[in-house]
Write a protein that binds this ligand. Structure first.
Ligand SMILES: C[S@@+](CC[C@H](N)C(=O)[O-])C[C@H]1O[C@@H](n2cnc3c(N)ncnc32)[C@H](O)[C@@H]1O
Length: 487
């Protein structure tokens, strides 16, 4: 059943709307015709782009990062509050935050992300910002909200984080639903799964999530083919791309490329990993360590006769962490698979190693992930990304999920996709987030970082459209029914 909602009364002349909610508070919204929204943690303004396209009027935003704060004002003409924590008391919120129909918030996700330390609500800087969103909802009681975060928030702390959010929002009188979506399910060539919470004070019985579609996407949709060059790719990166391109070329076509990550440093290595680890040996044989055990390190380098610090330098970084006296099963599996792969393919891998000397590259370049099973093995047909976990080679159907990139992780387009190898430009990444032609931060680094944090506007629009139907008090959604006769 819907949450008990309020009653709307329209005055004839200037659309004065009284919205009295189930909690007994009376709100007055003076509507200028559009529904009014606020954008918390506004970043580049993905929510703004979406809701503006649906006819909404942004009336308030909060962003503490100075470049983004100023840019939002420039792009959308909205005054932007800085640190949300400076909206301390209920009175502050009541006075400073204007009345609105829709609250949106992409609250910081690091505390809930698999990639972070997962402190969640215990993270005193970023993790408890949900409570601030909750406080604003409590004081201002907008009829609708949309919140966005990483999908891991649904599993975080065994589901308790999500339950806490639901309970707190429902206690305010909101009906709440959550689902996850990615832009590639809406025709945009980016895989970026995100959780969306929607809430309504007058129930969600009539609300339906947008349909996902399975049509193939292509990165060409977001590329600007007229761009000849952007930031140059460093020589070392280009050389690593050539090295893996040559690896693919040399691999016999009858051989199925492994779907596990290729860790070249394990080619020729025989140090212990199944029942003991190098760190355990260094602990047990404090004088000689691995020396005298007749085992080999990365790329088959000798260890016998070497002092322990030199042995350490010849063991892959994934296997030499102090205290790692037992490897997790996934790591044992990857090491075993790579050594077997090398044993079966040394005939063509050895000349490849001799030519490229992969040991001279940083560790992340010594690993490769082939995400293009069954495709022709020409590296310039693909989208590449240098990650800590290796050089990822992906089909050009989608770009990798934009993250708050370091510059080196920006996707690289193979020469056959872009007329020459090059990084994707900030504008192309903005297309991946469906941000239209808004101005971006001047520095590429700031732009990539903000784009990696942004919400995809097309996904928001698809979710918001059915949610904003019949918002109490907004004249450009259908408001003729009297909300309050709760069904
Ligand atoms: C996940 S991003 C949201 C991005 C936004 N939805 C978009 O489309 O670009 C979170 C944003 O919250 C901002 N932020 C973090 N803590 C804040 C605080 N205490 N006050 C205001 N903004 C904050 C960050 O600078 C970042 O831009």
């Amino acid at each position: 059943m819907s949450a008990p909602a309020g009653k709307i009364e329209h005055s004839q002349s200037r659309e004065l709307v009284l919205w009295s909610c189930g909690m007994g508070r009376l709100r007055v919204l003076e509507s200028s015709g559009a529904f009014r929204f606020i954008d918390l943690f506004s970043g580049l303004g993905g929510f703004h782009v979406a809701l503006q396209e649906l006819g909404g009027q942004g009336v308030f935003a909060v962003e503490w990062e100075p470049t983004l704060n100023a840019l939002y004002r420039h792009n959308f003409g909205v005054e932007v509050w800085s640190d949300i924590n400076r909206l301390k008391t209920d009175e502050d919120i009541d006075q400073k935050v204007p009345e609105h129909h829709v609250l949106t918030a992409g609250f910081p996700c690091q505390p809930f992300s698999k990639a972070g330390d997962q402190l969640g609500f215990q993270d005193t800087v970023q993790g408890n910002l949900f409570f601030k969103v909750h406080q604003i909802l409590k004081v201002k009681r907008p009829p609708r909200f949309i919140l966005e975060n990483v999908p891991n928030i649904l599993r975080h702390d065994g589901g308790r984080t999500k339950d806490t959010m639901f309970n707190m929002l429902q206690d305010l009188g909101y009906a709440v639903k959550v689902a996850h979506f990615s832009p590639h399910e809406f025709g945009i060539p980016q895989v970026r799964d995100r959780a969306y919470f929607v809430g309504s004070l007058d129930g969600l019985d009539g609300f339906e999530w947008p349909e996902k579609h399975k049509d193939p996407t292509s990165i060409s949709k977001v590329l600007h083919t007229s761009i000849m060059s952007s930031r140059p790719i460093p020589d070392l990166t280009l050389r690593a791309i050539d090295m893996w391109g040559d690896f693919l070329k040399r691999s016999p076509s009858s051989l199925k490329m492994p779907s596990f990550p290729i860790w070249a440093m394990e080619f020729g290595a025989t140090y212990p990993f199944e029942f003991e680890t190098p760190s355990a040996v260094w602990e047990r044989r404090r004088k000689y360590g691995l020396s005298g055990m007749h085992v080999r390190g990365s790329f088959g380098f000798e260890l016998d006769g070497l002092p322990i610090p030199e042995q350490r330098a010849r063991i892959p970084s994934h296997s030499r962490r102090q205290g790692d006296v037992e490897f997790p099963r996934w790591k044992r599996t990857f090491i075993r698979q790579n050594r077997e792969f090398y044993r079966d393919n040394a005939g063509w891998i050895n000349p490849w190693m001799n030519q490229w000397q992969p040991w001279d590259f940083p560790s992340s370049f010594q690993k490769m992930e082939w995400n293009a099973q069954g495709e022709e093995r020409d590296i310039d047909n693909f989208v590449l990304q240098v990650r800590a976990s290796g050089v990822r080679i992906k089909r050009p159907t989608t770009a990798p999920s934009l993250i708050a990139f370091t510059q080196s992780q920006v996707p690289i387009l193979g020469a056959n996709l872009a007329g020459g190898r090059r990084y994707m430009t900030p504008r192309e990444c903005a297309n991946l987030q469906s941000l239209g032609d808004i101005s971006l931060p001047e520095s590429d680094l700031d732009a990539y970082k903000a784009l990696g944090n942004a919400v995809n506007a097309k996904v928001v629009k698809a979710i918001a459209k059915p949610l904003l139907f019949a918002i109490p008090g907004a004249t450009n959604t259908r408001t003729t029914r009297t909300v309050g006769a709760a069904s």
